[in-house]
Design a protein around this ligand. Structure first.
Ligand code: ADP
Length: 272
């Protein structure tokens, strides 16, 4: 049963009403109803296979619900023209695949496409945007390298740079730091949080690491077997009871002055 706690009051970005989706007849997202509003960084969490990526893809318009309704900025998602949607929404996927040997710079430039007229070349201002995205994600030195010759972590940073070059109103991140070491993870999360706080870019992030999510997200949505188990402000939702209900592990949650967020320690239940 979904439990909503102190709803935020910003403009409604997404409204999901009784959304269902499955693959080959197996339900994966089950009766999900959610409202996501401007002014919060949202985190979507849950065990492997709980439907996080599928839910994010539904919110990004990459998949269509089998039943139910998704509205984005007041309009049904399926009626948004693709290019118009791409001006509002950028998605950083979990597995960023570019098969051809485009250079890093060329891939980041692809983020400009939703804003360019057909066949128009990027302007000088656009090139500055690309330079900034390369610098901000720490990959400027790789600009001329073929993306096929990058490590997993470097590719993830290219995917973030391309999304930032897209100048989206909303950024969807699917475990965007899963291949990054802790230094690069924190750098990317600080960068994105900075865009949220200073430029109003809204963020919805599927996250794996509860401690990084606690430090990065204002609100959390916990999924289990395709259903929303609980959602609300991070400090209210990140409790030992919810973590045990969702992940089946015992948890201790403490306020941590060092990170200025709640931090969680885990262990398998002793009575297993
Ligand atoms: P999560 O992101 O929480 O790990 P996913 O949304 O990726 O969960 O997957 C949810 C379930 O759907 C899993 O059981 C997964 O195997 C299945 N699944 C995901 N993508 C596909 C697909 N393209 N075809 C068939 N099954 C899929």
């Amino acid at each position: 049963m979904a439990r909503a706690i102190s709803e935020p009051s910003g403009e409604l970005l997404w409204s999901l009403t009784k959304v269902n989706f499955g693959y080959n007849g197996t339900p994966v997202v089950c009766d999900v109803s959610l409202e996501l509003r401007r002014g919060c960084c949202y985190g979507i969490l849950g065990p492997n296979g709980s439907g996080k990526t599928t839910l994010l893809d539904l919110m990004g318009g990459l998949l269509m619900p089998h039943s139910g309704m998704i509205e984005f900025m007041g309009r049904p998602l399926h009626v948004w023209p693709r290019k118009q949607l791409a001006r509002q929404l950028a998605l950083v996927p979990q597995d960023f695949m570019v098969r051809f040997g485009y250079s890093v710079r060329e891939v980041v430039e692809m983020g400009l496409h939703p804003h360019l007229h057909r066949f128009a070349a990027p302007s000088e201002t656009d090139q500055v945007l690309v330079d900034e995205a390369l610098e901000a994600t720490g990959i400027a030195a790789l600009a001329n390298r073929p993306v096929t010759r990058l490590s997993g972590g470097e590719k993830q940073r290219v995917a973030v740079a391309r999304a930032l070059a897209q100048k989206p109103a909303v950024l969807l991140l699917d475990e965007a730091t899963s291949n990054l070491d802790i230094h690069h993870s924190l750098e990317i999360l600080h960068l994105i949080r900075g865009r949220f706080e200073r430029q109003g870019m809204q963020v919805v992030a599927v996250m794996h690491d509860l401690n990084l999510a606690s430090f990065f997200c204002d609100r959390l949505i916990f999924l289990k077997q395709g259903q929303v188990v609980c959602q609300g402000p991070t400090e209210e939702v990140l409790t030992p009871e919810n973590i045990e209900a969702v992940y089946g592990v015992e948890a201790e949650v403490r306020s941590n002055a060092f990170t200025n967020s709640r931090q969680v320690s885990f262990r398998l239940p002793l009575n297993r």
